[in-house]
Design a protein around this ligand. Structure first.
Ligand code: FES
Length: 357
């Protein structure tokens, strides 16, 4: 309903100012509508409850006929707003005051109905209003004493053996430790150690080489102090009896060991046994006895020597040489290589250079 529209403080002030400027008759017209609307609740509430205590200030301007000041109007409006039940007497005294109190009435009636009791005119505190609201509304938080006892929790059902069995343990593999990076100090220390080892090795190598050289020098000096000793066969050796050397026969079996031919031949009309040296008189090669050709043939340059050792072909400048030979005490022929006899020197005539047969 439009006539029940609640007036704001600004409208009330505007109406009051208008009343100040124009007198008491002018504001009565706009206040007619709220006066009518306020009369309806006033009829119902006036029979049920006594007149509002705040009706006295509202009736003051109507009785005296004097214009209320702005302060009085504000005070009355605030008093009505706080009381909430004063509009019943206001409209009867002054339409303007009733119009001011009318908008506040529906708002005050709602909480009274909400709490469920008739209006008594007694101001209720916030705690009682909240308690009444909780009683008729949703249950709010309650204390431990007021709280209903909770049902006892159900006992747990025993799990089957398969579920109770402990899960297989997984062996945690320990990851390998990361390689610790070498610090700068350690790297420098390693480098220093490497240099020390390298220098130490070089010095050790030098000293080793010096020691080896000194040892070799000492060995060479000792070798110089003790000359070579050739393991040569003895210069004298026996070759057997004269019967073992038939006439005209050249024995070659002593060539490899002693380097000598033992010959039973004829020299200047005399049958002799003599020992020829197996060295070519050209450049020292070893000639070979050729039985078919009855000569000694040098393989180096082709010199040829007869059975008695006289040279006859090739570059050889002179005959072969003879070793000394004699009959030893035991009757065997003994050859002495320490003595030689040369034909060009007439030495073959020496009886020590042959053995007569
Ligand atoms: Fe014997 Fe020359 S060495 S012929």
């Amino acid at each position: 309903m439009a006539d029940k529209k609640k007036m704001s403080v600004a409208e009330i002030l505007a109406a009051a100012r208008a009343a100040d400027g124009k007198g008491t008759a002018a504001p009565a017209a706009p206040a007619d509508q709220p006066a009518e609307s306020a009369a309806e609740p006033a009829a119902t509430t006036a029979a049920e409850k006594p007149a509002a205590p705040k009706s006295a200030p509202a009736a003051k301007p109507a009785a005296g006929g004097a214009r209320p000041s702005v302060a009085d109007i504000l005070a009355m409006a605030r008093a009505k707003k706080e009381a909430g039940d004063a509009p019943a007497a206001a409209p009867a005294a002054k339409p303007a005051a009733a119009a001011k109190a009318a908008p506040a009435k529906p708002a005050a009636a709602k909480p009274a109905a909400a709490v469920g009791g008739p209006k008594t005119g007694v101001q209720r505190d916030t705690a009682s209003i909240l308690a009444a609201a909780r009683a008729g509304a949703k249950p709010g938080p309650v204390s431990k004493a007021d709280a209903p006892t909770r049902p006892a929790p159900k006992p747990r059902e025993p799990k089957p053996a398969e579920e109770r069995a402990a899960p297989p343990r997984t062996v945690a593999t320990v990851p390998p430790k990361p390689v610790k990076p070498a610090k700068k100090g350690e790297e420098a220390e390693d480098r220093r150690g490497f240099l020390q080892i390298a220098l130490g090795s070089a010095m050790a190598l030098g000293f080793t080489a010096l020691s080896v050289t000194s040892g070799l020098f000492t060995l060479g000096l000792a070798r110089f102090m003790f000359p070579n000793v050739l393991a040569e066969p003895p210069s004298k050796f026996k070759v057997g009896f004269k019967d073992g050397f038939p006439s005209g026969k050249v024995e070659t079996k002593y060539v490899p060991q002693y380097g000598v031919w033992v010959v039973n031949g004829d020299f200047n009309g005399q049958q002799q046994i003599y020992a020829l040296k197996t060295v070519c008189t050209h450049l020292g090669c070893t000639p070979s006895w050729l039985e078919a050709e009855q000569k000694f043939k040098c393989p180096c340059h082709g010199s040829g020597f007869y059975k008695d050792g006289v040279n006859f072909e090739g570059p050889a400048p002179r005959p072969l040489e003879r070793y000394a030979i004699r009959i030893a005490d035991d009757g065997q022929l003994e050859i002495d290589k320490s003595r030689t006899f040369q034909e060009e020197l007439g030495q073959w005539a020496d009886p020590e250079s042959y053995v007569t047969v």
